[in-house]
Write a protein that binds this ligand. Structure first.
Ligand code: RP5
Length: 179
């Protein structure tokens, strides 16, 4: 039987998956059990309440919530659970994710959401931050995280390489990938 998920990845729409899948991939690399769900603050408010309200008793320790535009999902999730909620602003078509970022980051005092960068970088870093939170009580995971960081360091070339000569061992594929 698969291990019970420790991290829940929720997203406001199926259209957010190309961004949030990067969080799932990083959790997979670190062998952290996780689950993925489409949960919309606006379109499925009851699903959100049920998800967040039962998250702790189901064994989740951290929630990664990604949404775009009027991105209320992370904040409303944090309203229903005291688990750490990490918000990923999804890049929107009209405002390039600035709307998502501002919707997620400006929480009122008392209901925190740890807000990451817009898009793919934010999704990857949300997974790494979730791993760091879990690693405070899991020495084996702490070692896996250290090993990943060491491999990432080794993969940074001293001199810039021509594109065809590049070999990427780092968890990110490039600074300009907006997804
Ligand atoms: C938000 O609206 C979602 O998180 C998504 O980023 C955005 C657009 O959703 P769709 O219209 O593509 O379903 O709620």
């Amino acid at each position: 039987m698969a291990d019970a998920p420790l991290v829940g990845i929720i997203m406001g729409s199926q259209s957010d998956w190309p961004t949030l899948r990067h969080a799932a991939e990083m959790l997979g690399k670190l062998a952290i059990p996780h689950e993925t769900r489409v949960v919309s603050a606006h379109r499925t408010p009851d699903r959100l309440r049920e998800y967040a309200d039962t998250a702790r008793e189901r064994g989740l320790r951290v929630i990664i919530a990604g949404a775009g535009g009027a991105a209320h999902l992370p904040g409303m999730c944090a309203a229903w659970t005291a688990l750490p909620v990490l918000g990923v602003p999804v890049e929107s078509h009209s405002l390039k994710g600035l709307d998502s970022l501002l919707s997620i980051v400006q929480m009122p005092a008392g209901v925190p959401v740890g807000t990451l960068a817009i898009g793919r970088a934010g999704a990857v870093n949300a997974a790494l931050l979730a791993a760091a939170i879990l690693a405070t009580g899991d020495p084996s995971l702490a070692m896996r995280l250290d090993a990943l960081r060491a491999a990432q360091t080794l993969a940074v070339p001293i001199e810039p390489q021509e594109p065809e000569a590049e070999t990427s061992g780092a968890p990110t594929s490039g600074p300009h990938d907006p997804a």
